[in-house]
Every structure is written in structure tokens, then in C-alpha cells.
Ligand binder design. Structure first.
Ligand SMILES: [Zn+2]
Ligand SMILES: [Zn+2]
Length: 108
């Protein structure tokens, strides 16, 4: 018997594997290509399976250009926990809570 697990959390924005001419084999290389101009893209674990990206879109007033920062997580739980944390404490000077979790999909 299958137990249906009902997820009441709002659905995440999904970024599917794009066609940029490169074959991305890991979520990290995929994410680094999606957010090419980000300040940094950091994996939280030494794993190839990190499909949850926590993106901070806050533009700091003392910097110019794309200042996004991206952190990759293996589970939505961990990404949500970190999102809650930076929503509470801020992601740095000039933070205005423009944070979101995005689900990366390597398979169609
Ligand atoms: Zn790409
Ligand atoms: Zn922020």
C-alpha cells in the first residue's frame, strides 16, 4: 500500500535544465550557469544531488551589478530552514528580504 504524503507547502518555482550547449552533470554546474553573474554559488554538502537553491536577490546599495548569492541544498527542509533564518536575520547590509527557494530540475 502506498501512503500518500500531502504537501501543504506552496509549490516552488522550478528551473528546468536549459539548453545552453553545455552538458551539466551536477546541480552545482547547472546552478553556476543559471546564475552566471551571481557573487557566488555555494554547495552546502559534498554531494551531487543539491536541487534546492536558496537565492538572495537583495541589491546592496554600496555595490553595483548582479549581487545575487546562491546556496544549494539537498533537501527542501534544509533550504526552507536557511530561508527562514536569513529572512529573520538578513543576508547582509542592505537586505530587504528578497530571498527565495528555487527547485532545480535536471530531468524533464
Ligand atoms: Zn547551462
Ligand atoms: Zn537579503
Amino acid at each position: 500500500m502506498t501512503i500518500l504524503e500531502i504537501d501543504f507547502r506552496p509549490p516552488l518555482k522550478v528551473y528546468r535544465l536549459h539548453h545552453c550547449g553545455r552538458a551539466h552533470r551536477t546541480y552545482l554546474t547547472f546552478a553556476r550557469c543559471v546564475w552566471k553573474n551571481a557573487l557566488w554559488v555555494h554547495p552546502t554538502e559534498h554531494s551531487e544531488n543539491l536541487p534546492y537553491a536558496l537565492v538572495s536577490n537583495c541589491q546592496k546599495p554600496y555595490l553595483s551589478g548582479d549581487q545575487r548569492t546562491v546556496t544549494l541544498f539537498g533537501t527542501r527542509e534544509n533550504a526552507d530552514k536557511q530561508l527562514e533564518w536569513i529572512d529573520r536575520t538578513g543576508c547582509g547590509g542592505g537586505c530587504y528580504r528578497a530571498h527565495e527557494v528555487i527547485r532545480l530540475k535536471m530531468t524533464p
